[in-house]
Design a binder for this molecule. Sequence first.
Ligand SMILES: C[S@@+](CC[C@H](N)C(=O)[O-])C[C@H]1O[C@@H](n2cnc3c(N)ncnc32)[C@H](O)[C@@H]1O
Length: 157
Amino acid sequence: MWGADVHTAHGGSHRSRRRPLRYARGDRARERAAIVAATIDFRVANVMEYDPPAEGPWDLVVLSETIYYPGWLYAFFNIAWLAVQLFMATRAGGRLLLANTQGDMKDYFVRPWLIRRYRDLFLNVGYHLETEEICRGTKHGVDLGILMPLLTKDPQS
Ligand SMILES: C[S@@+](CC[C@H](N)C(=O)[O-])C[C@H]1O[C@@H](n2cnc3c(N)ncnc32)[C@H](O)[C@@H]1O
């Protein structure tokens, strides 16, 4: 995204925009890093031991390429409990975005029939499906997709 922004800001020949691009990208990165450092609180935690409602309500929860590990290592009850805790921590009208690779890979925990289960679980705890996309690609000769459901919590809830 930075490249696209900078490219728009520095038109002209290829040669003339190379230096400003590098300089601008560094400036922009520092500027954004300062904003991020000032506004985002990073934590390292096991999500299975974390208490989302204690820190919500959140506008957006993103679970990117993560849920299938707890789903592999914890009981189904615990995963369902996590789903309902995240729902409780999402503000009314807020969203949860899931992004999970699925395919017929040797890691059985990313098989489509399991990956779709997480989407369905979040629907069952109360989110509604707003959109769903699948980004397709190939890795090590195996066709795979990234299932990306965007789920919303009813604004009236
Ligand atoms: C495949 S990486 C994905 C990293 C990043 N979220 C992304 O989308 O590029 C899987 C991530 O899940 C995290 N993870 C696995 N089990 C977890 C748990 N119980 N609590 C928190 N994070 C977990 C790992 O630490 C790792 O960062």
